[in-house]
Design a protein around this ligand. Sequence first.
Ligand code: SLL
Length: 145
Amino acid sequence: NKRLRNVTIVKPIIYGSYAVPLQKKLENGHTHRWTVFVRGVNGEDISTYIKKVVFRLHESFENPNRVVDSFPYEVSETGWGEFEILIKLYFQDPSEKHISFFHQLQLYPKDDTNLQGKKPVLSDHYDELVFHEPVQSMHKFLTTP
Ligand code: SLL
């Protein structure tokens, strides 16, 4: 399982969240429905090289570690507060170490043009996963159409 010299593969991804206020506050105090997600750009299927995604929610949630092992890589919940979500990407090839990043869940619009909360509040980020000189087995996952 050799490294492929002088080969670099770049995988663009988008990760983030969107949130909408509930019509009515729930008995448990929840005010919003939200989704946190990771996806490929241009509808690319990332399951060819992603094995699973773990979303670590705030500890006030039941089972805060949410493991998603197939498309779509997302978790939907209701809640009342904003917090940082740890997102861990695990790759199909076991020799490739997982990577982690944080996303700040946003429920409330930052500008007051959307104070009525009619539109979903979206917060997302573009990022690029760079695989420099991947091993042969990982290269195969990365180039599978
Ligand atoms: C805050 N530091 O105080 C943050 C914590 C926690 C959000 C936010 C619901 C949990 C549940 C929930 O939205 N927790 O009751 O299921 O704003």
